[in-house]
Write a protein that binds this ligand. Structure first.
Ligand SMILES: NC(=O)c1ccc[n+]([C@@H]2O[C@H](COP(=O)([O-])OP(=O)(O)OC[C@H]3O[C@@H](n4cnc5c(N)ncnc54)[C@H](OP(=O)(O)O)[C@@H]3O)[C@@H](O)[C@H]2O)c1
Length: 281
């Protein structure tokens, strides 16, 4: 497993708990200590980590990091993977990069799926991630039992790149809802209505989604401990906008992108997505 950040380290811990033999790599080696103590082998480069692996999972920040771990000419994983190994990209990346990576794998005769996840650190910890998978059916079925060790559901969306596309769709809907709630809490407060009362009423109506209810409660109680930090939310909206250039347009995603940019500019990047409400306070 390549990438021991907030998500990768929790997913790796579940692989170990399930009895898998696991080798880990992270750019900052200090983040691997707990996993090595729990029984993982440590590798100094992605290439060194994957030579004997049956499955190779990448869980890194973005397209740039993903490109590096798979394709770096000196240390990249893809060139040295075993012939029958499967490359699994779980980072949230662009659709274009998922498709390009699939082509690199195909050119080298390696199986590939894009398998990004929904669910933050808490869901990763208890192996309740939801997977959106792109790739050939036979490969997806081969990987499914492994993904079920880290997640509660594995949805096959279509060919390579489809997992990335659905993931961006899910995150965009989530981000637009949370941005709207932050704005509307400011709106109701300025009209002199108690925001906790307003949220209680809102939550009793069919228009309020479960995720919107949880986000509103966090905004009111001021709980902004990072689960899905604004920095990553903003990255994902950038990817949505990039993928939408050829389509019919995504004006709501563009608006949310602008609002999360404001939150970043106000120094809220390391805080949870719900801290977007702070820009209206
Ligand atoms: N947090 C969430 O709620 C959530 C939910 C679903 C999906 N995701 C997605 O999952 C992925 C990981 O998220 P996370 O929350 O684990 O982020 P994170 O805690 O910030 O970890 C990022 C990881 O990427 C590595 N990395 C960053 N830049 C790199 C580079 N240039 N080369 C090599 N490695 C690099 C980091 O290495 P260092 O430790 O050396 O910096 C770290 O292992 C992201 O694509 C994110 O969008 C996140």
């Amino acid at each position: 497993m390549l990438g021991m950040g907030a998500m990768g380290s929790r997913m790796a811990a579940n692989l170990l708990k399930a009895g898998h033999e696991l080798t880990v790599w992270n750019r900052d080696q200090a983040k691997t200590t707990a996993l090595v103590e729990a029984g993982a082998r440590l590798a100094g480069t992605p290439a060194a980590a994957v030579r004997e692996a049956e499955f190779v999972i990448s869980m890194v920040r973005d397209v740039e990091a993903s490109r590096r771990v798979w394709l770096d000419p000196a240390t990249g994983a893809l060139a040295v993977m075993a012939g029958d190994a499967v490359a699994i990209e779980s980072s949230t990346i662009t659709v274009a990069w998922a498709q390009e990576l699939a082509r690199h794998c195909q050119a080298r005769g390696r199986a590939f799926i894009d398998a990004p996840v929904a669910g933050s650190r808490d869901r990763a910890e208890v192996a309740q991630l939801i997977y959106f998978v792109g790739g050939e059916t036979a490969i997806v079925e081969r990987v499914r039992p492994l993904l079920r060790v880290m997640g509660s559901a594995v949805h096959h969306a279509g060919p390579a790149g489809s997992g990335a596309a659905v993931k961006l769709m899910v995150n965009a809907l989530f981000g637009v809802q949370v941005a709207a709630l932050g704005e509307l809490l400011g709106f109701i407060r300025h009209l002199g209505v108690d925001e906790a009362t307003a949220v209680e009423i809102l939550s009793s109506t069919p228009v309020c989604s479960p995720v919107a209810q949880r986000a509103a409660e966090a905004m009111i109680t001021g709980n902004f401990a990072p689960m899905f930090p604004i920095d990553l939310v903003q990255k994902d909206f950038t990817y949505v906008l990039e993928a939408a250039t050829a389509g019919a347009g995504v004006p709501l995603a563009e608006a949310a992108h602008r609002i999360f940019s404001r939150a970043l500019a106000q120094g809220l990047g390391a805080m949870n997505i719900t801290a977007v409400a702070q820009i209206y306070r």
